[in-house]
Design a protein around this ligand. Structure first.
Ligand code: MF3
Ligand code: CO
Ligand code: CO
Length: 260
C-alpha cells in the first residue's frame, strides 16, 4: 500500500476545492429548515456547484449514485439519496455530504444540521460526533499514526455511551475520490501507517445513539442503523503539515483552529 504525498501544486488545488466544498455547506445552511425536501437541497447545491463555483458534483454518477449530494436524515447513517418526498420536519437531524471536483482534485466534507428544535439526545449525539472529529483532527501530526485518529475518536464516543460505525471509514483523497489509506474511526494508538507531511485524507466519524450495527437498504446506497436509532456524521478533508494538521474544508462555524 502506498500513500500519496501531495506536491505543493497539488496542495494548492486541494486548498481551492476544499474551500469551495466548505463554502457550499455555509451556503446551504439557510435552506435547511422544516418543509424543505432533500431533493430541493440537492438541486440548490447542484446548481451552485456548476453555475457559481464552476466545479463538478463528484457524487453524481459515481458508481451509479443518482444525485449530486448525500442527504442522511435521522436513522440514515450515510449515502442517503435526495428525494422530493423526503421533507424535513421540526426536530430532524440531517447530514449533508458535499464532494466537489475542481481541476481534477476532490474536496469532501459534511456536517449534521439540527432542524428546528431537536431532542436532547439528537443534540448531544450531534455534538459528541463533532467533538470526536475535532479530537481526531488534533491527533494528526507527522510521525504519528493513522491508528491514533481512530483511537481518540472511539474513546470519546464510547465515554459518552454512543457507538462508532465500523463498516465505513475516512479515506485518502486527491485526484482519486476514495484512495489509500483507510481512516478507521476506532482502533489503537500507534498502529497503521505513519503520518507524513503532504498526506491528505478525510476523517468522517459516524456515531450511533444505539448499537453500532448498520444495514444497507435495497436501493444499494442508503445505509441505516439496524436498530433504527439516531446517527450523526461530520467530515473534514485534512492535510498533514510539518506542524500537525490543516483543515482544507474549514468553515466559519467550525470551533477548531483551521491549522496548528
Ligand atoms: N462523500 C462520501 C464520503 O464521505 C461518499 C459519497 S459516495 C456517493 O466518502 F456516491 F454516495 F456519493
Ligand atoms: Co469522505
Ligand atoms: Co463525504
Amino acid at each position: 500500500m502506498t500513500i500519496e504525498i501531495k506536491s505543493s501544486d497539488d496542495i494548492d488545488n486541494m486548498r481551492l476545492v476544499g474551500r469551495l466544498a466548505a463554502e457550499q455547506l455555509e451556503m446551504v445552511e439557510e435552506f435547511v429548515k422544516p418543509g424543505v425536501s432533500t431533493e430541493k437541497l440537492n438541486q440548490i447545491c447542484h446548481d451552485y456547484t456548476i453555475e457559481i463555483q464552476n466545479a463538478i458534483p463528484a457524487p453524481l454518477n459515481y458508481r451509479g449514485f443518482p444525485k449530486s449530494i448525500c442527504t442522511s436524515v435521522n436513522h440514515v447513517v450515510c449515502h442517503g439519496i435526495p428525494n422530493e418526498k423526503k421533507i424535513l420536519k421540526d426536530g430532524d437531524i440531517i447530514n449533508i455530504d458535499i464532494t466537489l471536483k475542481k481541476n481534477g482534485f476532490h474536496g469532501d466534507t459534511s456536517k449534521t444540521f439540527l432542524v428546528g428544535n431537536t431532542s436532547k439526545l439528537a443534540t448531544r449525539l450531534t455534538e459528541v460526533c463533532q467533538e470526536s472529529l475535532y479530537l481526531g483532527i488534533k491527533a494528526v501530526r507527522p510521525g504519528g499514526y493513522v491508528g491514533d485518529i481512530g483511537a481518540v475518536i472511539q474513546k470519546h464516543v464510547e465515554r459518552n455511551r454512543f457507538s462508532v460505525v465500523r463498516e465505513y471509514c475516512g479515506h485518502g483523497i486527491g485526484r482519486v475520490f476514495h484512495d489509500e489509506p483507510q481512516i478507521l474511526h476506532y482502533g489503537k494508538e500507534g498502529t497503521g501507517p505513519e503520518l507524513r507531511p503532504g498526506m491528505v485524507f478525510t476523517i468522517e466519524p459516524m456515531v450511533n445513539a444505539g448499537k453500532p450495527n448498520v444495514k444497507l437498504l435495497p436501493d444499494n446506497w442508503t445505509v441505516v442503523t439496524k436498530d433504527h436509532k439516531l446517527t450523526a456524521q461530520w467530515e473534514h478533508t485534512i492535510l498533514v503539515t510539518e506542524n500537525g494538521y490543516e483543515i482544507l474544508t474549514w468553515r466559519k462555524d467550525d470551533t477548531i483552529e483551521r491549522c496548528n
